[in-house]
Design a protein around this ligand. Structure first.
Ligand code: 13P
Length: 248
């Protein structure tokens, strides 16, 4: 019932030369059975969006400001992302929360700005290693969801990404049991707050997803796809992840 989503977050990687990877991806997946999204750095967004126009690949930003315009040097607003061809924006990634001190309230304001601009907000949550080891994972996730998701979240305008911080870029991934526990919890929290729309909001797993572990992760209940970092940079890595999701 929920259409699956394979999303790539290029983070601070990629120049014009990297667009050849997008060409390869478009050629390999002319008609995918799942949604495919790439979130390049802002410098590439418009070029990538033009390249992907008419293909099955959607594009998104990696962050947006909560305001529409103004004196915010270096920031980019949600309407600007939409103007550059984006349909989605990631908000509240743990690297933004850590590097830029973003709080749940700030993430929520960014998600609201995304919705006002007609963008799908991909809202990230995830626990640190210390929090997991302290048995706090579900408390942390519950708090982040409550604080970061706008009241107007629906299946059409919001995606949740569960990204345990200790699994990002480390090659360590939770067991499928641990992933399932958190995804079931997120689903229950979404349904509690949003009713039927909570059933429609997709929940992605992120953190060291690779071609070699994708199928196992996608077999877990309430995993509606992945938010992939490093393995989304090369078509040769991202393509088999898309294929694994199509088969899940
Ligand atoms: P990696 O896939 O490189 O671990 O990154 C995950 C992530 O943070 C995606 O947003």
């Amino acid at each position: 019932m929920r259409r699956k989503l394979a999303a790539g977050n290029w983070k601070m990687n990629g120049t014009g030369a990297s667009l050849s990877e997008v060409e390869a991806l478009i050629a390999a997946h002319p008609d995918p059975k799942v949604d495919v999204l790439l979130c390049p750095p802002a410098t590439l967004l418009e070029r990538m969006s033009r390249l992907a126009n008419g293909s099955a690949i959607a594009t998104g930003g990696q962050d947006c400001h909560a305001a529409e315009s103004g004196a915010h040097t270096g920031d980019i607003s949600a309407p600007m992302l939409a103007d550059a061809g984006a349909s989605h924006v990631i908000v509240g990634h743990s690297e933004r929360r850590d590097d830029h001190g973003e709080t749940d309230a700030m993430v929520r304001a960014k998600a609201e700005a995304a919705h006002r601009a007609g963008l799908v907000a991909v809202i990230c949550c995830g626990e640190s290693l210390a929090e997991r080891e302290g048995g706090l994972t579900l408390d942390i996730i519950g708090g982040q969801l409550a604080g970061s998701l706008p009241d107007g979240a629906t299946g059409a305008n919001t995606v949740v990404a569960y990204e345990p911080i200790w699994a990002i870029g480390t090659g360590k991934i939770p067991t499928t049991g641990q992933i399932g526990e958190v995804h079931d919890f997120i689903r229950a929290e979404l349904v509690k707050r949003f009713g039927a729309e909570g059933e429609a909001i997709r929940v992605l797993y992120g953190g060291s997803v690779k071609p070699s572990n994708a199928a196992e992760i996608f077999a877990v209940a309430n995993v509606d796809g992945a938010l992939v970092g490093g393995a989304s940079l090369k078509a040769a890595d991202f393509s088999p992840i898309i294929a694994a999701l199509e088969e899940a």
